[in-house]
Design a protein around this ligand. Structure first.
Ligand code: IDP
Ligand code: MG
Length: 138
């Protein structure tokens, strides 16, 4: 079984969407293998978004992701990495289709950062790296 790493971002927690996001995972038949509410630290976030830290908009991502608690977890199932990405929808909620989490719950225009409710690993390599980073083991 494949594993992926997910985050319900601060806007998802703030808007009381934890239940609806988890509900979609469970309805789809994926298994939640690990689940934790926490406050992101600067260092951990920079490691998580190592591909984005040098971008001009990274400070806005940092402010967004540290603006409140997040829920992190590991999801397991067949082809869960790509399936969860499809369930999330496009990065920019303006492009996210109705029926996706971002397409149903986000509009994305909150200042400089793209606020889009959820994160999901984009490849098996990212999933393994992110699970190890956030949970300390795979
Ligand atoms: P993803 O979350 O769909 O994988 P990534 O390109 O990996 O998208 O970007 C990570 C996160 O950083 C996005 O979900 C979004 O919150 C934020 N982000 C990405 N690109 C931009 C941008 O151009 N401006 C502001 N925030 C961005
Ligand atoms: Mg990404």
């Amino acid at each position: 079984m494949e594993k992926t790493f997910f985050i319900i971002k601060p806007d998802g927690v703030r808007r009381a969407l934890i239940g609806q996001v988890i509900d979609r995972m469970e309805h789809r038949g994926f298994v939640i293998e690990n689940l934790l509410m926490c406050q992101v630290t600067k260092d951990l976030l920079a490691q998580h978004y190592e591909a984005l830290v040098d971008r001009p908009f990274y400070p806005s991502i940092e402010a967004y992701m540290m603006s409140g608690p997040v829920v992190i977890g590991v999801l397991t199932g067949a082809d869960v990495i790509q399936s969860w990405r499809k369930m999330m929808g496009a990065t920019n909620p303006t492009d996210a289709l109705p029926g996706t989490i971002r397409g149903d719950f986000a509009h994305g225009a909150e200042g400089a950062s793209i606020e889009n409710i959820v994160h999901g690993s984009d490849s098996p390599e990212s999933a393994a790296r992110e699970i190890a980073l956030w949970f300390g083991h795979d």
